[in-house]
Design a protein around this ligand. Structure first.
Ligand SMILES: Cc1cc2nc3c(=O)[nH]c(=O)nc-3n(C[C@H](O)[C@H](O)[C@H](O)COP(=O)(O)O)c2cc1C
Length: 154
């Protein structure tokens, strides 16, 4: 697998970027300032690590297999759907290797680009899209993902 180019976006991090905090959380996620994904993840009750909000900050270093949760920010064009913070995180080869599956967050109002970022990463990293949910998820989404994480995914 080539180093990056998830979604063909250049990372803003230079080669030899400072290593960020290591995490053994089974769930790693990105959530913007609107915090929708954060609120969903908090309802799951499993250890989770949040990526830094700012791309210039050192990114997380996964130390065990994990599931990635991320929202899509493509808009109707789908261009740049994968948040840059996630691109930077996946530029780390070990982070890519330890990725076991993706859960997409989005909004069906966006039509064809609903949860597109999860599809892009799944294709690039050869892992499955495990689930998709809207905004901060329903209680049914929480139950399904909790069960899936416990029984199958991690
Ligand atoms: C500018 C913008 C573009 C978006 N584009 C998409 C999109 O292409 N597909 C999608 O499913 N959701 C899209 N969304 C919806 C977000 O993915 C959704 O609101 C998500 O819950 C945001 O998560 P966060 O608050 O954790 O960052 C977009 C939202 C914004 C504000």
């Amino acid at each position: 697998m080539s180093a990056l180019a998830v979604d063909d976006q250049p990372s803003t991090s230079p080669v030899g970027d400072v290593e960020g905090p290591a995490t053994d959380a089974p769930l790693i996620y990105f959530s913007s300032v609107s915090d929708n994904t954060h609120r969903f993840v908090m309802k799951l009750g499993v250890p989770a690590a949040r990526m830094p909000l700012l791309t210039k900050e050192p990114t997380l270093q996964a130390t065990r297999p994990y599931v990635l949760v991320l929202p899509t920010y493509g808009g109707i064009t789908g261009k740049g759907a994968v948040p840059r913070q996630v691109v930077k995180f996946l530029n780390n080869e070990r982070n890519r290797t330890l990725l076991k599956g993706v859960i997409g967050a989005g909004n069906t109002n966006f039509g064809e680009t609903y949860c597109l970022a999860a599809d892009i990463i799944a294709a690039k990293c050869h892992v499955p899209v495990l689930y998709r949910f809207e905004v901060m998820g329903t209680s049914e989404d929480v139950d399904r993902v909790t069960k899936g994480l416990e029984e199958f995914w991690i």
